[in-house]
Design a protein around this ligand. Structure first.
Ligand code: BTN
Length: 245
């Protein structure tokens, strides 16, 4: 991954740039990295704060020869890869909030946005967007983020090398992707569980259908979060927003 690389100074969003390259036929593994995004996007239509030189704002194009149902597992695989890379390079004790936010001390340090295009139930391509708050200082963050976001520099007490982090993320992604190809989702699921800060916790989940309050019990073999709600019913969450309460 990343052998085809597009490095940009400022762009609106690396997701858009990667999508354009994908539509032009760029090969699987193409990586777009920007120093700054003016229109960085998060999940659920939120904006993603992407100041210049302080973070990792990148999108990886993959063309998995798999059905569309692979996308949720790819989401979890990516979270494991980024979490392992961040821990290895910075020493920060990062954990995963289902499905793919990385938290340190309860605050977000990384967000992952996966967008897929399909054709006849097969994946045409996936764009894995990864945003890591690397060297952002507290006074550089919008006040609205102070209680919910942090950076690797703030958590480790020292500036981190972004190039080294990008290389580590790509290495881990390649490794886990190969593991998935060989052994399927089970080993990825176990790695995810070991890095999770969600399992065993009380959660409030908002899904398109309803709100669920209960305890996060497990990750099932498809990647869904199993929540035991307050009436004792098991509920499978396939997509939604989880708050740790
Ligand atoms: C989230 O947690 O809501 C996902 C955030 C994803 C941010 C990254 S930064 C690189 C890529 N380009 C974007 O516009 N978004 C993703």
């Amino acid at each position: 991954f990343g052998r085809q690389l597009k490095l940009l100074g400022v762009t609106s969003s690396t997701q858009e740039e990667a999508r354009r390259l994908a539509e032009e036929g760029a090969p699987s593994g193409t990586l777009v990295v920007a120093e700054e995004q003016t229109g960085g996007r998060g999940r659920q239509g939120k904006k993603w704060f992407s100041p210049p030189y302080k973070g990792i704002w990148m999108s990886l194009l993959l063309r998995p020869q798999r059905p569309l149902s692979f996308a949720p597992q790819l989401t979890l695989l990516t979270a494991v890869a980024v979490c392992r890379a961040v821990r290895k390079v910075s020493g920060v004790d990062a954990g995963i909030k289902w499905p793919n936010d990385l938290l340190a001390n309860g605050k977000k340090i990384c967000g992952i946005l996966i967008e897929s295009a399909g054709e006849d139930e097969r994946i045409k391509y996936c764009i894995i967007g990864i945003g890591i708050d690397v060297n952002v200082d507290r006074d550089e963050m919008p006040a609205a983020l102070h209680d919910i976001a942090t950076s690797l520099k703030m958590e480790s007490g020292q500036a981190q090398n972004r190039a080294e982090l990008i290389a580590a993320v790509l290495d881990e992604l390649e490794l886990l992707y190969a593991l998935y190809e060989e052994e399927g989702f089970a080993p990825i699921r176990h790695l995810w569980e070991a890095l999770s800060v969600t399992l065993g916790r009380r959660v409030a989940v908002k899904t398109a259908q309803r709100d669920v309050n209960g305890t996060a019990e497990a990750l099932d073999e498809s990647g869904a979060l199993v929540v035991l709600d307050d009436s004792g019913k098991k509920i499978m969450i396939f997509s939604g927003d989880v708050q740790l309460t």
